[in-house]
Design a protein around this ligand. Structure first.
Ligand SMILES: N[C@@H](CCC(=O)N[C@@H](CS)C(=O)NCC(=O)O)C(=O)O
Length: 243
């Protein structure tokens, strides 16, 4: 199976959670965001599925994954599908559901992180909602960041299995996503994140372990991994980074 990942070109965004799973498993996939339109990539590739009249089960938004005849949307749903196939989820149904639950909570966290710089609307420029972004970021750093990080730290603490992972004794796609969120927070809110992380030693360790995994290391060093930038979900605006 050669998977096809569809996502916006130029940013890591939510596509990155899927990429990390595919890369960690050494799966064969085509990242259409890296292909020129002439070769079936870019935004035109997305539009074929988002707007094509012949798509029986259209996704609402990227990322989506094509696996043979199936087109699967929603990041957590894609990872639920890939988890079992790539050996990045437990085999038992309770474990699968728990991993999915963690991924959905990560998705909630990602929305709130995004909303710090776009609190009014994603369709407006940051500059048009700067004052609201400042207020939102202040509350985010003071209340929501510790609430989410504290929750995931507790999840790690309560996992009785040995090792740095959230579910059992092996890494799951939720661990890869969690590490990506921490990396993104360091980019977007460097001061606030540096100040916060000592309270979450297990999360800090998970982050380190994920980015030390050989395939992830190779991926991060490759040209396939785009750098964080201010077009993506994690954006750095100095004025919002208030520890
Ligand atoms: N819940 C979806 C959200 C998907 C989403 O918001 N995708 C963004 C890019 S990261 C998008 O293109 N949204 C278009 C829109 O919401 O109109 C997921 O986790 O995959």
């Amino acid at each position: 199976m050669i998977y096809e990942l569809y996502y916006w070109p130029g940013i890591q965004g939510r596509g990155e959670y899927v990429r990390l799973a595919l890369e960690d498993a050494g799966a064969r996939y085509v990242d259409t965001a890296l292909l020129p339109e002439k070769k079936g990539g870019g935004v035109a590739a997305l539009d074929r599925f988002l707007e094509g009249e012949d798509i029986a089960r259209p996704p609402f938004a990227p990322p989506f994954l094509r696996a043979g005849r199936q087109v699967i949307g929603q990041t957590a749903n894609i990872l639920l599908f890939l988890g079992g196939r790539l050996g990045l989820a437990p085999r038992d149904s309770a474990g699968k559901l728990w991993t999915h639950q963690l991924q959905l909570t990560i998705a909630d966290f990602v929305v709130e992180i995004h909303d710090t710089q776009h609190p009014i609307a994603g369709s407006l420029y940051y500059e048009e909602q700067k004052a609201a972004a400042r207020r939102r970021s202040k509350v985010f750093v003071a209340e929501r960041l510790p609430k989410f990080l504290g929750y995931f730290e507790r999840v790690l603490e309560r996992n009785r299995a040995r090792g740095p992972w959230m579910v059992g004794g092996r890494a799951t796609y939720a661990d890869l996503s969690m590490a990506q969120v921490i990396a993104g927070l360091h980019y977007a809110f460097p001061r606030a994140t540096r100040a916060a992380m000592p309270a979450y030693p297990r999360l800090a360790a998970l982050h380190g372990e994920v980015f030390a995994r050989p395939r992830i290391k190779r991926y991060v060093a490759s040209r396939r991994r785009l750098a964080f930038n201010n077009e993506g979900i994690f954006r750095h605006y100095r004025e919002l980074d208030q520890p």
